[in-house]
Write a protein that binds this ligand. Structure first.
Ligand code: PLP
Length: 385
């Protein structure tokens, strides 16, 4: 991202901002894309299958289905478990709009719940209070890569016989009590958009241990076309297919899978560097009175982004201060329950309403230089002096 440098005379000159996030891609990914081009098979094909196998191996998941994005993964998962008009799905308000829009797309309505102030993950006591007969699913969001209290969530879900669709867009490679997110649980959705832990350019995936459900997901991923009938007739009539239900066109392409196949090999390197950055940030910022750090667990967490809480209504001021020094920052997220489109589902969420005014996302990405890191730390310290 670039900003004008304020030079009013002559041609506009642009200066580089240190971005909040930036993907790390290069020749390796291009080389793999080249192989897809050579094959002339750009859509759903063997690269997707190979990427799905890599995800299964990496996470220890029984099934993995590649999708065109994290948002389509969420919608496909909800639709496949039977979420429809008249149903309700509990979701934290403090999440990306994609979580909520995927619920809206099914015709169901979101029930917003509050978060814990120190992790920004779903508050399980608030979740339990919001269960009603119409609630058919719970959508926890593993905020910033830190796993939600899955034991408590699965227990509440089991008791009330509702399903759990995890939004693990932030949490590819994170674990809960030593097990990778996506290897246990009910249905888990990942995103591989350009800012996520690994990227496919655009892409997503669903993992589940439910073999019956995964057959529905495969069909609905590509227009409700029944692949079983397809293969049954394959020897005699390979042009034959049946459309057996409502479906979408949500599959991953070979081009995107090729990028992901290279990226997944770089995961350990990416995370080693990102962990080092967040640990340094924590250490440097822990002594600043105007900042509160989030509760983290670096053993189990693949850090997605880095968020501080800025006290005493100074968040917006710090943002402006950083921008003037060439450092971008962000707010993740503006709560959904205060968004115009979701106004019908608005309710009081005291923690969310307080913390969203304090949270600030600082730059965190693999390619960050030491001098950029020093500049960010110095600037934050200077602001609070
Ligand atoms: C990125 C993201 C999504 C959506 O993923 P896309 O691949 O961008 O469609 C959903 N939920 C959360 C919390 C995200 O950060």
């Amino acid at each position: 991202m670039t900003i004008p440098n304020g030079n009013k005379k002559g041609p506009a000159l642009y200066e580089k901002l240190i971005p909040v996030s930036s993907p790390s891609l290069g020749k390796d990914e291009l080389g793999e894309i080249g192989k897809v081009f050579d094959s002339k098979w750009l859509g759903l094909g063997k690269w997707v299958l190979e990427f799905e196998n890599e995800i299964k191996r990496f996470l220890g998941a029984k099934n993995a289905v590649g999708t065109s994005s994290g948002t389509t993964a969420l919608h496909l998962a909800l639709d496949s478990i039977g979420i429809k008009k008249g149903d309700k799905v509990i979701v934290p308000s403090l999440t990306f709009a994609a979580s909520v829009q995927s619920i809206m797309t099914t015709g169901a309505t979101p029930v917003f719940c509050d978060v814990e102030p120190d992790t920004l993950n779903m508050d399980v006591d608030d979740l339990a209070r919001r269960i009603t007969k119409k609630v058919r699913a719970i959508m926890p969001v593993h905020y910033s890569g830190l796993a939600c209290d899955m034991d408590a969530i699965m227990e509440i879900a089991g008791k009330n016989r509702v399903r759990v669709v995890e939004d693990a867009a932030h949490a590819f490679g994170s674990s809960y009590k030593g097990r990778r997110i996506g290897s246990f649980g009910d249905v888990t959705c990942f995103s591989f958009d350009p800012i996520k832990n690994i990227t496919c350019g655009e892409g997503g995936a669903i993992t589940t241990n439910d073999d019956k459900l995964v057959r529905t997901i495969y069909k609905k991923r590509i227009l409700g076309i029944d692949k079983d009938t397809w293969s049954r007739y394959a020897h005699k009539r390979d042009w034959f297919y049946n459309v057996t239900e409502l479906g979408f066109r949500y599959h991953m392409s070979n081009i995107n899978a090729a990028i992901g196949l290279v990226q997944i090999k770089k995961f350990d390197d990416f995370m080693r560097k990102k962990r080092a950055i967040v640990e340094r940030y924590d250490e440097e910022f822990s002594g600043i009175g105007g900042i509160e750090l989030l509760r983290r667990d670096y053993e189990d967490t693949a850090p997605f982004n880095y968020i501080i809480k800025v006290k005493s209504a100074k968040r917006d001021g710090l943002m402006k201060f950083l921008k003037a020094r060439g450092i971008d920052s962000g707010v993740h997220y503006i709560p959904n329950h205060i968004q115009p489109f979701f106004k019908d589902f608005r309710k009081r969420l005291p923690v969310t309403e307080k913390v969203w005014k304090e949270i600030l996302t600082l730059p965190l990405y693999y390619g960050m230089s030491d001098s950029d890191m020093d500049k960010i730390i110095d600037s934050v310290k200077t602001f609070f002096k």
